[in-house]
Design a protein around this ligand. Sequence first.
Ligand SMILES: C[S@@+](CC[C@H](N)C(=O)[O-])C[C@H]1O[C@@H](n2cnc3c(N)ncnc32)[C@H](O)[C@@H]1O
Length: 191
Amino acid sequence: MDKIDLLSELAFKYLSDKCPQIKHPFTPTYYELLKDKIDTTKKVLEIGIGYREMALKWRDYQTGASLLMWREFFPNAQIYGIDILPNALYNDERIESFLCDQTKKEDLENLIKKIVSDVDLIVDDGSHKTEDQIFSCLTLMPIVNKNVIYIVEDASEPEKVAAALSMYNCEIPKLRRRFRDDNVIIVTNKL
Ligand SMILES: C[S@@+](CC[C@H](N)C(=O)[O-])C[C@H]1O[C@@H](n2cnc3c(N)ncnc32)[C@H](O)[C@@H]1O
């Protein structure tokens, strides 16, 4: 059996479905991508916080699961989460959340004004709709730090997303897929 990496352990601990032990095969890839940035990452933004009632039909879950995972993984980072639903908001030490619709340009621009543009990592785990994934990335990439790593999660049409974001480097890592949307796109600025 493969050794379990730290990020997968934390996803499992906090019940986020990003890890293979619960559902998606994302965290081992994220760990490889981010393991050298554990101490230097200062700001993380996750689109889509998740709330307890959302997942209880299928499994145990807690509001803010992935925000808690990121907070423990990045000991020096402030973690921001956004959601369209008030009952998903989750605030705690080093975790701040905002009501914000990823399909609204004004909401995203106001968000960046509030949290300041020096974000190191953005993860889109919001609506999972292809058009929203493209829109949010096209809106946020030009107004944040040039070194940002932007991850689009649960993409059911990863090639379509990557084609629409062709002005950026888009990597679609090969994952051990079990579900149709077991895809991520890693977006970075071209040098
Ligand atoms: C899959 S859950 C997030 C799970 C969480 N990131 C985790 O790993 O534990 C998706 C969340 O995205 C939110 N969402 C859906 N559409 C959105 C939108 N247009 N803007 C912002 N959030 C949205 C939902 O309300 C829900 O809380």
